[in-house]
Ligand binder design. Sequence first.
Ligand code: HEC
Ligand code: HEC
Length: 272
Amino acid sequence: MTPKPSNAMLFRAAFLSLGTTAYANPVPLDPPAETTIPKGPVGDAIRLGKLLLTDTRKQLPENVGNALNCTNCHLNAGTVAYAGPFVGLWGVFPEYRSRSANINSLQDRINDCFERSMNGKPLAYDSQEMNAMLMYMRWLSTGVPTGTEVVGRGMGKVDMKLVPNAAHGQTLYATKCASCHGDKVEASRDPAVGYIFPPLWGQDSFNIGAGMARTYTAAAFIKHNMPLGQGNTLSDQEAIDIAEYVTHQPRPAFAPAKNDWPKGGKPKDARN
Ligand code: HEC
Ligand code: HEC
């Protein structure tokens, strides 16, 4: 008889397929209350970190090359399950990643998103801004034991065996997404106020090397979180079709992605 897989086993399988380390027994995602941010220099750094993550483009124009903020994807300041929560990250980095085939520090991982998701430039590792982001993530991880991750880390999963249909995705996009994100993403920019909704493609969006440029990663995020306020209303197939359409629209290149997965394990939706 085949044993029924436990949740811990399923999680391990999910994260192994992302090329990250396996952790047993994830704990509930339970971010601390704002009122627990201490007074003084530590609290100041935590608050600065949160500001930089939520208002990234305005606060760090030298490092951001598009029109996004970190929390356009890491929703609600990094506190939402299956929307890339920052809760619990403090105790799981440094971590092996197959994309780089190396041990990555939390700083490395933050800078990966600066270079790819933000199509920008890395922060200096010893900068006040980097340390502030780390302090915020450390505070958010209060109570999560070292070597343990939270339920809902990452973007979650969709069935990678399903074959995407971009034409169907385009039709669904028009009815489910265009009301906010626009039909022609770059035309949805108002010169006076900029983008009201974050651009999903074009020169002001994430580049081809970003995790969100991968069909199944984007599909998992979309399925859990979009249309905004109506998460988990799309089927896996619908989310995959929309994701295929959206991710394959024009977006900035990222030449270094050709060096990704140097020791194998490249997922089938990788864009390089
Ligand atoms: C376009 C969407 C997007 C934006 C914008 C974005 N990220 Fe990410 N981020 C992702 C995706 C996708 C992942 C990979 C999640 C996974 O592995 O399932 C990720 C992963 C991460 C991780 C590792 C999470 C983990 O569980 O290991 C960190 C840390 C991170 N991002 C920080 C940032 C920071 C800091 C910014 C802003 C400078 C940022 N991200 C902007 C999409 C984004
Ligand atoms: C009600 C308005 C609304 C609808 C409808 C909507 N979104 Fe979003 N979407 C948002 C907002 C707002 C954000 C940024 C959230 C934040 O910053 O807290 C976002 C963020 C995103 C992001 C990450 C940021 C980026 O620019 O890449 C993706 C991807 C995305 N949406 C895809 C979709 C898809 C696909 C659909 C249709 C299934 C959809 N959205 C429908 C409002 C919406």
